[in-house]
Design a protein around this ligand. Sequence first.
Ligand code: AMP
Ligand code: MN
Ligand code: ZN
Length: 698
Amino acid sequence: WPLPGEHQANIQIKSYGLGAVLSATKASAGLPQAGDEYDFYRSFPGFQEFCESQGDGLLHCMSQIMQHHGCRSHVRDQNKLTGLEERFDLVVDSNDVILERAGILLDEADGVNRNQQPVMPAGFQPPKIVVSSWNRKGPGSGSRSETFRLLHAKNVTRPQLKFKERIDNSNTPFIPKIFIKPNARKPLPAYFTNKQIRKERPEDLDVPAALADLIHQQRTQEHVDDMFAHPYQYELDHLSTQEKLLSKPEPQMYKPMAETKFSFIDSLEDLVALNEKLCKLSEFAVDLEHHSYRSFLGLTCLMQISTREEDFIIDTLELRSEMYILNEAFTDPSIVKVFHGADSDIEWLQRDFGLYVVNLFDTHQASRALNLARHSLDHLLKHFCSVDSDKRYQLADWRIRPLPDEMVQYARTDTHYLLYIYDCVKVQLLDFNHSQPGLLQSVWNKSKDISLKKYVKPIYTEESYLELQRKQKKSLNTQQLTAFRLLFAWRDKLARQEDESTGFVLPTHMMNKISEELPKEPQGIIACCNPVPPLVRQQVNELHLLVQQAREMPLLKVRKHEVMLFGPHDTSRVSESDLLHLSPGGKLDAHACCASYKKLCFILKEVETKDAQKSLSVAQMKARQITESFQNPFRMYLPSKDVHVNKNAKFDPSSKIFEISKRWKLQSIEQQQKEMEAKKKAKEEAKEQARKATGNGA
Ligand code: AMP
Ligand code: MN
Ligand code: ZN
């Protein structure tokens, strides 16, 4: 086997799996259908026997799979008639467990591992250690200190307190921070350069509120396109790779780290000097270190820059508001900026500093194109530089100041060798292709795509909790799901307000536990959390009220796959037979009801209109209860007390809410028009028929 690379192996596994599922689905569709066809076949004893034995075999196989995953598996022993529904539930639950596990493993394989607490070097002794535990690296690693401590991040003063500009955690979309555009081929739109438009708030003007709203709307309406465009879109679209960047370089060896000049930059003066130095170069390497545990949006804590001669580390917490001056070098199309795995870096640069990159080379993309065994920076360092790096400090708390030596060393390593690696991969990309530039060009193109990425702020909607719930193991009943929704909203709101991560406010696994157990007492909530997050302790009474509110919901089981399959805007699933199925007087099955929001909305409407005329039938009552136990997906368009979107968001054309609500309005107008037209047509047809009838009569 010629080293296929993990990517290829993955593809093989996936296509094998897909093929298997496809043929199984085809075969099952080919079976005689329930009803006449099946009954006919069943009149033959041979068919009957065959079905029994196949059925038993299948059930046995399913039981084994379920047992393997630790699920209940008594599929076979139950009464065949009454137990059908329960058995179906068993299968559904097991599927959830298995898919959940697959999801977790995929996330893990993908390197996603959230909610990790920050790590600090062993020598570091901040005042008052609150919690500490030990973590040991496996045997056989280098001579550097082998232990490091997990510390409670309480010990580090919040850098946010020193920021000149307030952090905007509001539930509104991100607008670029740029206000000067160096290396522009297309000028920066007036929205960004004109402070008046940005800063002068109509509500501060001495005019009636309604007029202020109108002014605000008109002002922002004009600028919507500019506000959300990538400020360097034009320049990047028109960037072509210079000839010399497609030709084979002579790799220039890196200097030993010990002989390389190093500067820590934490003053504006030094930053300006660095920028001037960078502007004279033809390439430099960049990396960032980031902190996400004690901040809602995350903080860029360090920027490492390496030239062929020197290493720099910029204290970006200190120079946060001044970093934008580097745009002069970063957007200069004649200077190559080399990153490794720049996807997040590009977003962090925009979010925290308003920095953009024109002419990016991403060594991660190069590694992919070369189909190397692994694409991490450690692997490239080992492969090209024989450097043993360890990524233990990747999760360090990068807010610590002064920065301990070990962390400085680690951070420097991330960029020190990168320009040499850039040379090496360019050579290999050209060799790979018999000196044809195609493969190398594709890496430049991929890198450009990454630099075109736009930062998107996390936006809370009434449906956000479902996205997270979908990833959980358990299917919840209506009370539990309500608790989950309320806790999710509480956590999001508090995290924005206190500028903490949602994981710091209330980790997801604790949120699950509280939702599942629905503790009757505040003490029970505390018992679900170990260790108890400070904000949970502080607001335990508030949380207790939310859990109580959830307990007041009518109790129904919700199959989560059903909740998720039907999006609120999915009208395709409502068929006439569905509605008949649910019509008053017909059999009303809870599962069927849960299946679709759309159905519920329909029932709700029916119930509401009939409400005025007569009292509710049993079925209608039931339908109403079920409906009320759900989130109305359209609630975000209604006036609501517990939605904490920025009040102006709904009227602010820049906001997602505005966009969605406008689209929704348009849709409903369209719908009304269609209905009107249909009515008109029906009337005309009726008239026509009447005319014909009278004509015949005459
Ligand atoms: P790097 O580019 O490897 O230096 O990583 C930059 C930043 O990304 C680090 O400072 C971390 O905040 C974050 N990061 C990198 N790898 C991980 C990971 N495996 N899990 C969580 N965060 C990570
Ligand atoms: Mn990085
Ligand atoms: Zn790094």
